[in-house]
Design a binder for this molecule. Structure first.
Ligand code: NI
Length: 190
């Protein structure tokens, strides 16, 4: 799969929500770079764009492997289709895939209001590094390195946390963390 020429196609995969145990597990290294991985990436991107979200980590679709996809650049425009119904038109895709990522350097700090497809309805400010250096593998298994700033850096940190079993509410103050954990467990119990 060539993600540079991404088309909005694939299969929708159900997104697991907190407190599903897969979200708190440490994910395993990806070792199989066969065609199945390309198919999974394509379906994860499709699922992410449809949600819509700007990042999706493999544990969020129940696969405990060290991989995530993201796109911090695409446009989403509400349009009226020929049948007179409102729909969303997505354009300017810039999909990225990070396999076995390792954050090798960090600098600065920033605060941004984050959300997560696995924690619906919760939006809270999280403190992150402003810039990160990340080493990772691409779909062919080739090693790559990237210096990311601002939104891309924030997204990489959020998604990388998922691979270590950390959901963003874990990064909040103890008071907020306890509040949301109770709230989400209660909602899940209904
Ligand atoms: Ni998330």
């Amino acid at each position: 799969m060539n993600i540079e020429n991404y088309k909005l196609e694939g299969s929708l995969i159900p997104i697991v929500t907190y407190p599903d145990p897969v979200l708190s597990a440490k994910a395993a290294e990806v070792t199989d770079f066969g065609p199945g991985l390309g198919k999974l990436v394509k379906d994860m991107l499709f699922t992410m764009y449809k949600a819509p979200g700007i990042g999706l980590a493999a544990p969020q679709i129940g696969q405990s492997i060290r991989m995530f996809v993201l796109d911090v650049d695409y446009d989403r425009e509400e349009v009226t289709n020929a049948a007179g119904r409102e729909e969303y038109r997505l354009s300017n895709f810039n999909p990225m895939v990070f396999i076995n990522p390792v954050i090798t350097g960090t600098s600065g700090t920033t605060v941004y209001e984050e959300g997560c497809l696995s924690v619906p309805g919760v939006y809270e400010e999280v403190k992150r590094f402003e810039s990160v250096n990340v080493k990772f593998q691409n779909l062919k298994g080739e090693f790559q390195e990237l210096e990311a700033h601002d939104m891309l850096a924030i997204c990489i940190q959020h998604e990388n946390d998922h691979l270590d079993g950390v959901v963003f509410i874990e990064r909040l103050s103890n008071l907020k963390k306890t509040f949301y954990k109770k709230k989400l467990l209660k909602e899940k119990g209904r």
